[in-house]
Design a protein. Structure first.
Length: 260
């Protein structure tokens, strides 16, 4: 199933995607829901982020290629984490597929994309094991972890570098039928493929992260976990269009504008 969240009569509603058609539902995919029989073209609805999470988690340094690039950029030895590393992001930064990434006027030139798999939690979970961790997963969507690198080096909590308004595009929908090992992530800038990598080639996989996290905290329906990125991202600028495609899930596309 593909679930979207969209604006209907000035309120947020969920719907099911079938081809290029959206059918509205009552209720929530995380609770009880029913189809309404009301269908409309996908192009006719205004998409919202597919979920507004209670808690927004983000994995750090979870791919070997990205670790190498960070080491080169910072002039430090490459050092892989020995345990899963989790951080937090702010929901104010979330925008939907098609909405504009806005770079603040005082940001530096090194504003970059990071294409990421996003895990959407479907049920309350605590004390999971690696073997049963995926049982709490509702589905997967796509994220673009936009980052302002000069701020990232200065701000201890990444409050601007990662959490500026519009810096977290997510969508276009939640896909519930996913084979993690079959996924490939491709990032395109103005139509040109910049990075491509096997999505599941993580240092610590989804199950390992969820099992580690739930030793200490409770995951709730609608929480999201962004799983990190690979490779060396490029700078984005005013007028660009960034696409993050994960095969089997879809394409997240967003234009870029710098404040004047």
């Amino acid at each position: 199933m593909r679930w979207i969240r969209f604006e209907e009569n000035e309120t947020a509603s969920f719907g099911l995607v079938e081809g290029e058609t959206v059918e509205s539902v009552t209720g929530s995919p995380f609770d009880r829901w029913e189809k309404t029989g009301i269908k409309r073209p996908m192009a006719a609805v205004r998409l919202l982020p597919p979920v507004m999470p209670r808690t927004f988690y983000a994995c750090g340094l979870n791919y070997g290629g990205h670790l190498k690039e960070v080491a080169i950029a910072t002039g430090t030895p490459m050092k892989a984490p020995t345990t899963p590393d989790i951080g937090y992001r702010a929901t104010n930064a979330l925008i939907a597929h098609g909405e504009t990434i806005v770079i603040p006027r005082d940001a530096g030139e090194k504003v970059q994309y990071e294409g990421e798999l996003v895990v959407v939690i479907g049920k309350k979970a605590k004390h999971l094991t690696v073997e049963n961790a995926l049982s709490c997963v509702f589905g997967y969507t796509i994220g673009n972890d936009v980052s302002e690198r000069s701020w990232q080096g200065k701000d201890r909590t990444f409050w601007r570098a990662k959490n500026t308004d519009t810096f977290k595009p997510m969508g276009p929908w939640i896909e519930t039928d996913v084979d993690l090992d079959a996924l490939v992530t491709t990032v395109r800038l103005n139509g040109k493929a910049m990075i491509e990598f096997p999505t599941n080639a993580m240092l610590f996989g989804v199950a390992t992260y969820l099992a580690t996290m739930t030793r200490y905290l409770t995951l709730h329906p609608g929480d999201v976990v962004w799983m990190g990125t690979d490779g060396d991202p490029a700078n984005i600028k005013h007028g660009d269009i960034v696409e993050v495609e994960i095969s089997g899930i879809g394409v997240l596309r967003n234009p870029v504008r710098r404040e004047s």
